[in-house]
Design a protein around this ligand. Structure first.
Ligand SMILES: Cc1cc2nc3c(=O)[nH]c(=O)nc-3n(C[C@H](O)[C@H](O)[C@H](O)COP(=O)(O)OP(=O)(O)OC[C@H]3O[C@@H](n4cnc5c(N)ncnc54)[C@H](O)[C@@H]3O)c2cc1C
Length: 382
């Protein structure tokens, strides 16, 4: 019988894992990749969509284009996971597996922040980014806040990038002089593992008159009074709120017993990404391995799990342990892109090396996108 692998979630982690396993085993594998959505969207494309740099249809990469030996894609909602028997129930039937990989990402919970749904906006979901295309043109004057609402959130540079891109947008529309921009972040610096990157972002904020409010969250919005309430009780005027919503472990993962509660990211062996259930791995944002929640880390984790499955099936030596390294591109506005190379697990504390914005990095970020589309979906150009 062919080895049955079930991969839950076709994001960065699930797509990378599926691609490597298909290349290694082809039709000798029986791999089912399950996702409730019909298309993949890069996280950074949400910034492009909200600021009108790309149309929503342009950033959707349809899963029906995944044609890989040994792989079936199923668009369906995962309803339950039994990590002991490695059985999964979906809206389209049940799946038993020899190896189960949970790569369901992080769920967004805007309703957890009072006032956010009624009087704010969020740019972390596709729907939120699309809605902002209509909201931003109506913001003519007043105070804008880009605010984080929970300590754990995807892509730590994204709120700073959103502030710099909002500055460009308002400048291009002749409204910057009539507006204020503030960024509220729960860290002391924009990118804590990399002082150089943080310094560069803070310098860019200072040049553009963007206010940086550190070590605080946005706890609530009061749309009637047009204020945002911060975690220390301070109130700030707020005419436009661009929020990073509370992140939660997907409910189906909590119900499975893989995570203790909605904020307890799935515990895994830091070296192998295996959960406490044999043959069950957790890859990407859903796990609690200690790296930031970003696509590049999800990919790195997927490579380690793929290597473990290959070693197990072929009887080779154990693969190198997960290294917790990843490079993130940082949009500085004015079309400039920098990069930070982060190493989370190999030293006593996380470190990050900064590369100044350059033309070469703009091209590299473009290549990051197109090479993934090619390997995951077989796109020739994108
Ligand atoms: C604005 C923004 C900018 C970003 N920029 C970057 C960047 O520049 N670089 C970077 O590396 N990362 C970036 N990220 C972060 C990145 O998008 C995520 O960290 C990454 O997608 C995580 O990968 P994953 O595979 O763990 O989960 P995801 O990519 O989130 O995939 C999880 C999948 O599971 C599916 N799913 C969830 N629940 C169910 C269910 N019950 N049934 C079926 N399917 C389900 C979802 O539909 C989804 O497709 C950014 C994120 C945002 C919001």
């Amino acid at each position: 019988m062919r080895t049955r692998v079930t991969v839950l979630g076709a994001g960065f982690g699930g797509l990378e894992l599926t691609t490597i396993l298909s290349e290694a085993f082809g039709e000798t594998l029986d791999l089912v990749l399950i996702d409730k959505a019909d298309a993949f969207i890069f996280g950074f494309s949400k910034l492009d969509v909200m600021f009108g740099r790309r149309r929503p249809a342009e950033v959707r990469h349809a899963y029906r284009d995944i044609v890989k030996p040994g792989v079936r894609f199923l668009q369906s909602m995962v309803r339950s996971i039994d990590p002991v028997s490695r059985r999964v129930e979906t809206d389209h039937g049940a799946f038993e597996s020899d190896v189960l990989v949970v790569a369901l990402g992080a769920d967004m919970d805007p309703a957890a922040t009072p006032g956010l749904v009624e009087g704010g906006n969020e740019f972390y979901s596709v729907a939120g980014a699309e809605a902002l295309r209509d909201v931003l043109p109506r913001f003519e004057r007043g105070a804008a806040i880009i605010g984080v609402t929970s300590k754990t959130f995807k892509c730590p540079p994204a709120p700073s990038e959103a502030a710099l891109l909002l500055h460009d947008y308002l400048t291009a529309h002749g409204r910057r002089a009539a507006t204020d921009i503030s960024v509220v972040i729960p860290f002391g610096t924009p990118i804590p593992p990399s002082p150089e990157t943080s310094q560069a972002i803070l310098a860019a904020f200072a040049e553009r008159g963007i206010r940086f409010i550190k070590d605080r969250l946005v706890s609530a919005l009061d749309p009637d009074r047009k204020v945002a309430v911060l975690s220390d009780g301070t109130e700030m005027p707020c005419d436009l709120f661009l929020g990073v919503p509370v992140h939660r472990v997907p409910a189906v993962v909590v119900e499975s017993g893989l995570a203790a509660d909605a904020y307890g990211w799935v515990p895994v062996n830091k070296q192998t990404l295996e959960t406490r259930f044999p043959g069950v791995y957790a890859v990407g944002d859903v796990n609690g391995v200690g790296t930031p929640k970003a696509g590049v880390f999800a990919e790195g984790a997927a490579r380690v799990v793929a290597a473990a499955i290959i070693a197990q099936l072929r009887g080779g030596p154990s693969p190198a342990p997960y290294d917790g390294k990843g490079s993130c591109y940082v949009e500085f506005g004015h079309g400039h892109v920098g990069r930070v190379d982060v190493d989370f697990l190999s030293g006593p504390k996380p470190t990050g090396v900064f590369q100044e914005p350059s033309e070469a990095l703009v091209a590299e970020k473009g290549l990051f996108r197109t090479t993934r589309l090619k390997k995951w979906f077989g796109h020739k150009t994108a």
